[in-house]
Design a protein around this ligand. Structure first.
Ligand code: ADP
Length: 468
């Protein structure tokens, strides 16, 4: 299970406090322990030195007096004072009775005693078997001019532990107060922060790709941002593609229009310059002028159709239509052209079927495809028009035995102004826009369009439209 952003914030600040608190506490404890131990050590050094001063003329002191002196010094300094003879016998100890002293083991080998005798001062911490607690010992030699023994001051280190426990309690107490404050502050901060964040997340979740299955709020946001970025990128790519297509289209259109306009202007000028009087040249120039004016009109009509289709100004009027009626109409319109080229047209339609299409669009589609087939078929060639039901679609095919279309061009022929052989296309009066118009119409009615080769030669244009 993942935590929400507020719990995450609270958890992180808590963790931070714990880590910082532990490190700071540990450091403080270490410092404090060192400082107290140093202080005790100084105190003990001071006591031992004072005791030594009291025992300068100690040759006269009896064993009993040593013990009394140790007791007095011990009381005055609240520490354990031990007086040890050079041979290691304990002469006096503030914590022990004279009887106990008798039973005490020899202290000559105690490390602090050995160190005091060799260097003048011995400091040692150790567990005292006599008092059964960890002790700090400071020993110094005494007696002048000759050393008689060592005097040792000691304190239990349990005092340090006591001070540390006190410190820990203080730390825990202040830590708890800080924790409480931190919880209040962090929940306040996360509340303020997540207020805005929640709104964002709420919006993100309501987005189509707001990934409602994301495990936490940040994942939701990240998902939405990624989705938005991808969308934006694809929009930009699409816009760039459209811009490039548009530039290409304008370049192609002006190229196509330039030729007939130039011919018209040149012919008109020649005619005006006097060629109109020429019985041979005059009619020839006029015919060329007329041909080019007609071509210009053709291109402009196709361009206008495409422009209307693109801007979706043309509303589709989808109605149930009989394909046979429209095929018959198109053939009637193209009859003269077919006869001129002695083309025979065969029709094999699935008569019972109706399809759902826009009447004007279907008319134009059939006219373009059948006209192309007639134009590109060889003289005395053949055109076959068929239809066949395919699930909920009607497949319409227009086939000819013309030169066919090379494989590399089969997709491109549906692009605006694309021609396989521009010389041949112009020769047969093509604008290079017919198939582009067919494709746009078919796709806007929910169909598909394509072209296949025919054996031994020829092409078969196919399209699908929904059944009525
Ligand atoms: P056009 O007005 O030039 O015929 P289209 O858009 O109708 O323009 O066709 C584009 C190109 O596809 C034509 O220039 C021609 O090269 C090729 N084409 C179209 N129909 C046929 C066909 N039936 N047989 C061979 N080539 C064809």
């Amino acid at each position: 299970m993942k935590l929400g952003i507020r719990s995450q914030l609270a958890f992180v600040s808590l963790l931070l406090m714990l880590v910082v608190g532990t490190i700071a506490g540990g450091f403080l404890e270490h410092q404090r322990r060192n400082a107290i131990e140093q202080q005790i050590e100084q105190e003990l050094s001071h006591y031992a030195a004072s005791a030594r001063e009291l025992m300068v003329e100690s040759k006269a002191i009896t064993a009993r007096q040593f013990d009394q002196l140790a007791d007095r010094l011990g009381r005055a300094t609240t520490s354990r004072i031990t007086i040890i003879a050079l041979d290691g016998r304990v002469l006096g100890d503030s914590k022990l009775t004279p009887n106990e002293l008798q039973l005490l083991e020899n202290h000559g080998q105690r490390p602090e005693v050995l160190e005091a005798l060799s260097t003048g001062k011995g400091i040692y911490r150790r567990y005292s078997t006599t008092l059964e607690t960890e002790m700090l010992y400071v020993a110094v030699p005494f007696g002048e001019p000759d050393t008689i023994g060592t005097v040792r001051a000691a304190k239990p280190l349990s005092e340090v532990d006591l001070a540390i426990t006190e410190l820990r309690l203080t730390l825990i107490f202040t830590g708890l107060i800080a924790l409480l404050l931190a919880i209040i502050l962090s929940s306040l901060a996360s509340h303020l922060l997540t207020g805005t964040l929640r709104k964002l997340i709420h919006h993100a979740k309501s987005l189509p790709a707001g990934s409602p299955n994301a495990h936490d709020d940040i994942e939701v946001l990240a998902g939405s941002f990624n989705h938005l970025a991808k969308e934006l990128e694809s929009h930009i790519t699409e816009l760039r593609r459209m811009e490039r297509d548009q530039r290409q289209f304008i370049a192609n259109a002006s190229h196509e229009l330039r030729t007939p306009v130039a011919v018209i202007r040149a012919n008109a000028e020649t005619l005006l310059d006097g060629a109109i009087e020429d019985r041979v040249m005059g009619p020839k120039l006029l015919q060329a002028l007329d041909r080019n004016a007609e071509r210009l009109a053709l291109i402009l009509t196709d361009l206008l159709d495409l422009a209307r289709l693109d801007s979706k100004q043309t509303h589709l009027n989808l109605t149930e239509l009989q394909l046979a009626d429209y095929v018959a109409d198109a053939i009637e319109t193209l009859e003269v052209l077919a006869q001129k080229r002695s083309i025979s047209i065969h029709i094999d339609l699935d008569k019972a079927t109706t399809l759902k299409a826009d009447p004007q669009a279907l008319q134009q589609i059939l006219l373009n495809l059948i006209e192309n087939a007639i134009k590109y078929a060889p003289p005395s060639g053949e055109v076959i028009i068929k239809s066949q039901q395919q699930e909920d679609q009607l497949l319409i095919t227009v086939e000819d035995n013309g030169p066919g279309i090379p494989e590399s061009c089969r997709e491109k022929v549906f692009q605006r102004f694309y021609r396989v052989d521009s010389g041949r296309s112009r020769e047969v009066g093509g604008t290079g826009l017919g198939l582009a118009i067919v494709k746009t119409w078919v796709e806007s009615m929910g169909g598909e369009v394509g072209v296949k080769p025919v054996e031994p030669t020829g092409s078969l244009f196919w399209l699908t439209l929904p059944l009525g």
